[in-house]
Design a protein around this ligand. Structure first.
Ligand code: CA2
Length: 142
C-alpha cells in the first residue's frame, strides 16, 4: 500500500514554533516512527506553503497512491481550488488536523474540504496522522 502525506502552509514549522498548539516534534522525526510502525506501507511526504503546488501534489498522488492524508493547514478553511482537486481524484483523502479545530477560533470550525474527503480526524496531535493511516487501511477503495 502506498500512502501520500501532504502538509500545507506553515506546517514546515512543526517542532520549531508554537509547541503548545502543535507539539515539539518535527514532522520528519514523526514520519520515521510512523514508517517503522507500518513497514508494509510505503509512505511519501511532501509539504508546501503554495496552494497551486498542493493541488499538483493532490492530482499526482490521487492517481499514483492508494490514499492521501492531507493537512491543508489554513487552506482548509478557504480553498475551493483544493476542494475541487480532492473531488477530482480517485484516491481516498483523509483530512487531518493536529489541533482540535472545533475548540479554537470560529473561523476554524468550518472546512471547505471535509465534504469531499473520505473522513476527518482532528485534535490528536501528530497521532491524528497515524489514526488516518488506520482509517485508510480499512478503506474500501471501490
Ligand atoms: O491543527 C491543524 O493541523 C491545522 O490544520 C493547522 C493550521 C491551522 O490553520 C488549521 O486551522 C488547523 C496551521 C498550521 C500552522 O502550523 C504551524 C506549526 C508550527 C508552528 C506554527 C504553525
Amino acid at each position: 500500500m502506498k500512502i501520500q502525506i501532504i502538509n500545507g502552509p506553515n506546517l514546515n514549522l512543526l517542532g520549531i514554533r508554537e509547541p503548545e498548539t502543535y507539539g515539539s516534534q518535527s514532522f520528519e522525526a514523526f514520519l520515521e516512527g510512523l514508517q517503522a510502525a507500518y513497514p508494509a506501507i510505503t509512505f511519501s511526504y511532501e509539504q508546501s506553503n503554495v496552494e497551486g503546488e498542493l493541488i499538483n501534489m493532490i492530482q499526482e498522488a490521487g492517481y499514483g497512491s492508494d490514499g492521501i492524508i492531507l493537512n491543508a493547514g489554513g487552506y482548509t478553511h478557504t480553498s475551493v481550488a483544493i476542494r475541487d482537486a480532492i473531488k477530482a481524484v480517485p484516491a481516498p483523502v483523509v483530512e487531518v488536523h493536529i489541533s482540535n479545530v472545533h475548540a479554537r477560533e470560529e473561523f476554524r470550525h468550518h472546512s471547505l474540504l471535509s465534504a469531499v474527503c473520505r473522513g476527518v480526524i482532528a485534535g490528536f496531535g501528530l497521532d491524528s496522522y497515524r489514526l488516518a493511516v488506520e482509517a485508510l487501511q480499512g478503506t474500501n477503495k471501490s
